[in-house]
Design a protein around this ligand. Structure first.
Ligand SMILES: C[S@@+](CC[C@H](N)C(=O)[O-])C[C@H]1O[C@@H](n2cnc3c(N)ncnc32)[C@H](O)[C@@H]1O
Length: 402
């Protein structure tokens, strides 16, 4: 006989502090204490806002609670909860069976994001805080994180997670501080050494929108024009790129890919977005110092760092060739071209082939001659497994540093 939804919930024992009665939505056991503490430190967490994201939503208590108040709610977690979620469907809830790192959201950001005891799990697959950049691209408001830990946390000590020097509270806070302001920090009601923290996303260049008509008045000269668009130098030295999205737009590539690309470790950032009426048509950025990279190998190391960061966040750059920026002696602009960034899962095979057939052969002939590296990268790419490709770029970086 098939199980009732309540029995399905109970069949998932983990985590022990996430038990509830579905019919009445009443929390049981430690979930009660957690909920009371959340209400006390951030009243309105599950009731105030429009779009709510529950990362690591598990058996769905917080997702369903939020769905009673928010217009749209997304819960994401491992696919093992899929069957249960089918039973918990609601018109305003989307259950996403995907890891946070791979998740490519709808275009609109979330004004409320909830992380219930999941932040260290996001750190673990690649021992990195790169996922915080992804969080910044998803948030337009409050992020509530249950779980940042100090080094006395007893449960995590068992996982030997503190053996890694970069897994510490300061590292986490540094990365969060790049994009968020801390508004609440309170001790966890049940787990010693763990915190309840609320953050507010800082306004940044992505919120700064200028109309193309106004930007035109600041043009010093046109640097280059291609069928994909034009690149201008503005009177204050900024580089402004206007793109013909209609003609060249690719599936899965839009403002979200620009948003993550600009946070790449090799990026020269972003100064403001350019709009024509309501349409996004381009952006401005600082030029990169010419000669930043001394050799082709150095450029390729930067490419690896760039791809590792993107793949950890579900994206891939099919054309990471132009990263040694500025205007060279021939007056040609070389740039970190944010255009080539695309959601990995939407990246068609022919774009992946382009990466090897054109980018590698044309721009990195020395790397192409290194059969160890090429075998690594090509075979990882053929699997279409994003984690394998990330590891292949990490190994390539190791080989290049030897
Ligand atoms: C300790 S449980 C917390 C469950 C729930 N958030 C709560 O507060 O009760 C951690 C959850 O995070 C999920 N998880 C782990 N890594 C994840 C990832 N990379 N992306 C999304 N969910 C993840 C696990 O499957 C598990 O359901």
């Amino acid at each position: 006989m098939s199980k009732t939804p309540q029995e399905m919930i109970e069949a998932f024992k983990y985590p022990p502090n996430h038990h509830y009665d579905l019919a009445t939505m009443t929390p049981r056991g430690e979930l009660q204490a957690r909920l009371r503490a959340f209400d006390k430190v951030t009243p309105g967490l599950l009731t105030e806002g429009r779009r709510f994201l529950d990362v690591g939503c598990n058996k769905g208590f917080f997702t369903l609670r939020a769905a009673e108040h928010f217009e749209q709610v997304v819960g994401i977690d491992d696919k093992k909860y899929q069957d249960l979620w089918k039973e918990l469907s609601r018109p305003n809830v989307e259950w996403v069976s995907e890891l946070f790192q791979m998740y490519v959201p709808h275009k609109e950001r979330f004004d409320k994001i909830f992380f219930g005891n999941v932040h260290y799990k996001l750190w673990m697959p690649s021992n990195s805080w790169d996922w915080v950049a992804k969080l910044a691209t998803l948030s337009s408001g409050e992020v509530f994180i249950e779980g940042p830990v100090d080094n006395t946390e007893p449960l995590l000590a068992k996982l030997s997670i503190f053996d890694h020097p970069e897994f510490n509270f300061e590292g986490f806070m540094w990365h969060m501080g790049e994009h968020f302001t801390l508004t609440v920090k309170a001790p966890h009601p049940v787990i010693k050494g763990r915190w309840l923290m609320s953050f507010q996303r800082k306004l940044d260049a992505f919120d700064k929108k200028l109309q193309w008509e106004k930007v035109k008045a600041r043009i010093d000269r046109k640097i280059v024009a291609t069928p994909a668009g034009e690149t201008y130098q503005l009177i204050d030295g900024l580089i402004c790129k206007i793109r013909r999205w209609g003609k060249f737009s690719r599936d899965g590539q839009d403002l979200r890919s620009l948003d993550i690309a600009r946070l790449s470790p090799i990026s020269n950032g972003l100064e403001f977005l350019v709009y024509e009426g309501d349409s996004f048509v381009g952006w401005a950025e600082k030029p990169v110092r010419l000669g930043k990279y001394a050799s082709q190998l150095e450029v390729f190391q930067a490419v690896c760092q760039h791809e590792i960061f993107l793949l950890r966040n579900g994206f891939f750059d099919v054309d990471p060739a132009y990263i040694n920026f500025g205007v060279n002696e021939q007056g040609i602009l070389q740039c970190f071209d944010k255009d080539g960034v695309i959601a990995f899962r939407d990246c068609p095979d022919h774009w992946k082939r382009l990466f090897f057939d054109q980018v590698m052969v044309r721009h990195f002939p020395k790397i192409v001659r290194n059969t160890e590296i090429m075998t690594l990268l090509v075979s990882a790419m053929e699997t279409s497994d994003i984690l394998k490709l990330e590891h292949a770029f990490s190994e390539t970086l190791e080989i290049l540093r030897r």
